[in-house]
Each structure stands twice: as C-alpha cells, then as structure tokens.
Design a protein around this ligand. Structure first.
Ligand code: NAD
Length: 302
C-alpha cells in the first residue's frame, strides 16, 4: 500500500484527494500540505468522514514537508488558477515562485518517489519541477493532455454514439491553446476515425476540446472534478505498475521540454514515450506547440 502527499489543497488538490478516497485506490496514507495549514487541517478532517464509506482503511492527515520522506507520489496542485480572460501561460512567474518555495522544502527531505504535477502552465511547471528537483526525468510527470484526451473520446463518442472505451484517440502537445489531435492516428473500433468524421466535425471537436476549460471557468470560476479523477487515474496507473498508455506530460530529450504524448506508465513513472507517425500537417502542429512551450520557458525569471 502506498503513501500520497498532495501539496496545494485548493479545488484541484481536494478534488483529487476526494476521488482517491472514495474510489478503489491502492493507497494507505494521504497527507495534505498547504501554505494555509488551517485549511489543510479542515480538509483532512472533512475527508476523513468521507473515507469511512470506503472499505480500504486510509490514514488521512494535514502534514508538513517531513511527511515527504517516504511518499510514493507527491502531487503538486499549488499555485494560482486562471482568472476569466487569462491563459494558462499567463500564470508562469507567479507559479514559478510557488514551486521554488515548495521544491526547495522537498529537496531537504529523503523523497525518492514520483512527482505528479497539475499546476498550470502544466508542461512548463513540470519542466520547472524537473530542473529544481534534479530528479531523473522518468520520475517527473505532468497530467499533460490526459484530461483533454478523455474529453476528446467523450466528444467523439457523443457525436457517433459509440462508447468512448472503444475509441483510441489522443490530444497531444501542450496542455493549452496549441494542443491538437493527430487524427491520422485516431481509431474507432478497428477503423480510422476519419472514415466516420468529416473535416467540419473534426474542427468542431478540436475547438470544443481546446475551449472546454475556458467555458467552465467562465461559468463557475475554476475546473476541478475532471482533473481530480484524471490525477487518480494516473496515480492508479503508476501504483498498479500497469503499463497503461496515457498522454501525460513526459520529458522529450530532443527538445529538452515536457509535453503530452502517449506514454507507458509503470511503478517507476515513465517507462517509455511512444513514437507517433504524424503527417506533415500534424508535424507542423507539434512544432508550433513545442515552440509555445519553449517560449513560456524563456519567460521564467529563474
Ligand atoms: P486554488 O486557488 O483553489 O488552490 C491553490 C492552493 O494552493 C490553495 O489552497 C493555496 O493556499 C495553495 N498554495 C499556494 N501557494 C502555496 C505554497 N507556496 N505552498 C503550498 N500551498 C500553496 O487553485 P486550483 O483551482 O486548485 O488550481 C490549482 C492549479 O491547478 C492552477 O494552476 C490551475 O490552473 C491548475 N489546473 C490544472 C488543470 C490540469 O488539467 N492540469 C486543471 C485545472 C486546474
């Protein structure tokens, strides 16, 4: 059984914690850390009541960085969220300062597990974690385009009245405005998705995937449930040593950045990122997405 530490007990951190606690997850210990210690204490007490409905016994408490020593996964969800009209990239320097303070504390511990990052701008915050922690790249993972890929499968499923479980389609690149769908690799059942979807349908689906977070933020101020379940799914893939393929944000040596690509996950984190054969247009989209991430990295005041 495993120990998870969540740093940042806001909407995202607590949706993840709630999802861990109410679903069948192989965890025995959950520690909540927040700069607002009283909030973390309140959240831990509240969550404890929810956990009594789960047959797994989970120890839940508000803690501090000394709790990171023997953690299997530290998930960082701390930092500023987008406000209406802001892009994820606009958050970079505020959230860099937050991560610097957090990772400096974790570096003082014996933590040797896996970092899982949710804070935006996602791919750049994952890169910052890699650089500040000096961890091997396979132990640093961002939630990437896992949630976007789930949204994509849901939208295709609704459009064609097909169960999303029978759809293999991914969103790749930046978790942000330049993410895209390599339709040439999308499969429904045993056939190429393009046999069933025309260009207008594909464009509409991409638009909906890219803008769905903005739509939710405009209506309720934040997004949390989707990412909470997505982080639980990634956690289960790691702790279960599952070799599951997910579009997490993983390190790309050629470009020295992180971005979302289909990646095999196991107990060591990233086992392997899969090669995708892209057509020329998709190669151009990926290059643009890589440039966007590099451009955001260049704005960091290290
Ligand atoms: P929130 O404001 O509700 O919570 C942030 C929490 O971080 C707060 O509890 C705050 O006290 C804590 N915090 C701030 N500085 C800290 C520090 N130095 N140490 C410890 N804790 C600190 O925000 P949220 O809605 O939970 O969003 C968190 C992040 O997740 C944002 O960057 C948001 O954009 C991102 N997000 C990512 C995805 C995704 O798909 N990856 C989805 C939704 C949101």
């Amino acid at each position: 059984m495993s120990k998870i530490v969540i740093v940042g007990c806001g909407n995202v951190g607590m949706s993840y914690a709630y999802s861990l606690v109410v679903t069948k997850c192989k965890i025995s210990e959950l520690v909540l850390i927040d700069i607002n210690k009283v909030k973390a204490e309140g959240e831990a007490l509240d969550l404890l009541h929810a956990s009594t409905y789960n047959s797994n016994r989970i120890s839940i408490k508000a803690g501090d960085y000394s709790d990171c020593d023997d953690a299997d996964i530290i998930c960082i969800c701390a930092g500023r969220n987008q406000e209406i009209g802001e892009t994820r990239r606009d958050l970079i320097n505020k959230n860099y300062e937050v991560f610097k303070s957090i990772i400096t504390e974790i570096n003082k511990t014996k933590f040797n597990g896996i970092y899982l990052i949710a804070t935006n701008p996602l791919d750049v915050m994952t890169y910052i974690t890699y650089k500040l922690s000096n961890f091997p790249a396979h132990k640093v993972i961002g939630s990437g385009t896992v949630l976007d890929s789930a949204r994509l499968r849901g939208l295709i499923g609704a459009e064609l009245e097909v169960n999303p479980q029978n759809i293999h389609a991914y969103v790749i690149g930046e978790h942000g405005d330049s993410e895209f769908i390599p339709w040439s690799n999308a499969i429904i059942g045993l056939n190429k998705a393009k046999l069933y979807l025309d260009d207008d349908q594909c464009s509409r689906i991409l638009y909906n995937v890219r803008t769905s977070a903005y739509d939710i933020i405009n209506k309720k101020g934040n997004t949390c449930y989707g990412i909470g379940v997505c982080l639980t799914d990634i956690t289960n893939a790691i702790l279960g040593d599952s070799n599951k393929i997910m579009t997490v944000s993983a390190y790309n040596k050629e470009h020295d950045i992180f971005f979302g690509m289909p990646t095999i996950l196991n107990k060591d984190g990233v086992k392997k990122t899969l090669f995708l054969e892209l057509n020329q247009q998709e190669k151009d989209f990926l290059s643009q997405s890589i440039e966007c991430i590099k451009n955001t990295i260049s704005q960091i005041k290290w």
